[in-house]
Design a protein around this ligand. Structure first.
Ligand SMILES: [Zn+2]
Length: 86
């Protein structure tokens, strides 16, 4: 199990989502760990209403402040899809 897999396990992220970038900003005090998660291209997502697997209609960049990663503040960045459900 590599470092990325351990982070994914800790975050509870499952396919089609994957960790594509991680950086520690040491200019900030406390330091900030930034994680970027992204889904596979062409992935389908469950409709929040009916649960049907649908293609993404568009995406919106979002950032969440997660629980601290050890002593570092942790932020998660992701493109959140809106699905086009029939
Ligand atoms: Zn639906």
């Amino acid at each position: 199990m590599d470092g990325n897999q351990i982070l994914l396990l800790g975050l509870g992220i499952e396919p089609p989502w994957k960790l594509v970038d991680q950086r520690l900003d040491t200019d900030k005090q406390p330091h900030e760990l930034h994680l970027e998660v992204k889904a596979e291209r062409g992935a389908k997502y469950a409709c929040p209403v009916c649960g049907r697997e649908c293609p993404a209609h568009d995406f919106q960049e979002k950032t969440w402040w997660h629980l601290n990663f050890f002593q570092h503040h942790c932020y998660i960045h992701a493109s959140v899809p809106r699905v086009k459900c029939p």
